[in-house]
Design a protein around this ligand. Structure first.
Ligand SMILES: Cc1ncc(COP(=O)(O)O)c(C=O)c1O
Length: 375
């Protein structure tokens, strides 16, 4: 029997592929998956468990319930100068589910969605699973900048949405206020949704503005975010969507019929994260230390490094070192020196690899020593 053509055509995640390949080698320094080495704060874990022990263990409300939705809105307003309230927010099972719900809510078969390469790999299959068409726009040759002029060349009558990832995984690029402002002015009168993936916006080393602070796009803006990166809570699967109130009933049905409701322990953990673990300057400082160590070290070996202003990745150009295709290059590097990185191909961009700064400086220094021996 035939299964859905959209599902049948999905490609296997290259990040997973290289990660699994790395398991065949001993003593690998694994810089593939974006899973922080920093643990969820222990007090947060213990308090969440305590709360659930006291009796919060049934199905939570679909969408997470009013208390947490209000906390998320207030927290966004506090940090990013937005003006949201509980009715703008829905809690999801990771920002992965937030993205899936958002995409499924707005897309019809045949719609086009603009995605900038290098991109977070899930965007493309998510769009394809709605039988819509990803329109990939390469920004690797234009300094990773997105402008209204560029948008004007790719928007068509079929364009339903444009996806922005800011700060960007995999490049670490943070869009400036002027850059976002110009894009928002351009899109303000277009019948196009703006999907802003802001999951790394508590890990920034430069001025940062949220798409949510631009009133001219408020009716078409859907923000996805979560606790995986800000609170090192990847395994808790806790994310959220912020969008126009009118979309909330659709998000709620979409999520409610998919996951029922988010997990009760994770909802409690999120409430604690927002109220008691909201000072995250130390986290950004730790990642910045890693960026500042690794960037010059790689440059001194002849690699090109995209300046990282946020998130915890380095996007590295290896074209002066090797002419190999990025998958062959990553596998070769793994074989020769047991350093595992993700090929640029996974993000739609050849000639690069991504390195996750999810190990401390000592381990990164060891990776640099190994790279010195890579030929
Ligand atoms: C840009 C981006 N968006 C979304 C996600 C999904 O995160 P989660 O489902 O853990 O919230 C990730 C995870 O790596 C990511 O890098």
């Amino acid at each position: 029997m035939k299964i859905s053509s959209a599902i049948q055509n999905l490609q296997r995640s290259l990040i997973r592929k290289i990660f699994e390949e790395s398991l065949n080698y001993q003593n690998v320094i694994n810089l593939t998956i974006g899973d922080p080495d920093i643990a969820t704060p222990k007090e947060l874990v213990l308090e969440a468990v305590k709360r659930v022990e006291r009796g919060h263990f049934g199905y939570p409300p679909s969408g997470g319930g009013l208390e947490i939705r209000k906390l998320v809105a207030e927290n966004y307003n506090k940090h990013f100068g937005t003006s949201y309230d509980a009715e703008n927010v829905i809690m999801n099972t990771g920002s992965s589910e937030a993205l899936a719900c958002a995409v499924r809510t707005i897309l019809d078969p045949g719609d086009e969605v603009v995605i900038f390469a290098p991109y977070y790999p899930a965007y493309v299959p998510l769009v394809e699973m709605s039988f819509a068409k990803p329109v990939i726009v390469d920004i690797s040759k234009t300094n990773f900048k997105i402008t209204p002029e560029l948008l004007a060349t790719v928007l068509t009558e079929k364009t339903k949405a444009v996806i922005f990832c800011n700060p960007c995984n995999p490049t670490g690029v943070v869009m400036s206020k002027d850059e976002i402002s110009a894009i928002c002015d351009y899109l303000a009168d277009k019948e196009v949704f703006i999907l802003a993936d802001e999951i790394y916006n508590r890990i920034v080393f430069t001025d940062y503005v949220s798409f949510g602070s631009f009133p001219q796009i408020r009716d078409k803006l859907i923000i996805t975010n979560g606790f995986s990166k800000s609170h090192s809570m990847t395994g808790w699967r806790m994310g959220y969507t912020i969008g126009p109130k009118e979309l909330y009933p659709y998000f709620l049905n979409n999520s409610g019929f998919t996951v029922g409701s988010p997990a009760v322990l994770s909802l409690e953990a999120a409430k604690i994260a927002l109220t008691k673990f909201d000072d995250l300057a130390w986290l950004a400082a730790e990642y910045k230390k890693r960026v500042d160590f690794m960037t010059p070290a790689l440059k001194s070996l002849g690699y090109g490094v995209v300046p990282c202003e946020g998130a915890f990745y380095l996007f590295v150009n290896y074209e002066k070192i090797s002419g190999k295709d990025s998958l062959d290059f990553a596998i070769d590097m793994l074989k020769q020196v047991q350093v595992a990185v993700v090929p640029g191909k996974a993000f739609g961009t050849e000639g690069y690899f991504r390195l996750s700064l999810t190990v401390g400086v000592e381990k990164l220094a060891e990776a640099v020593e190994r790279l010195k021996n890579y030929k």
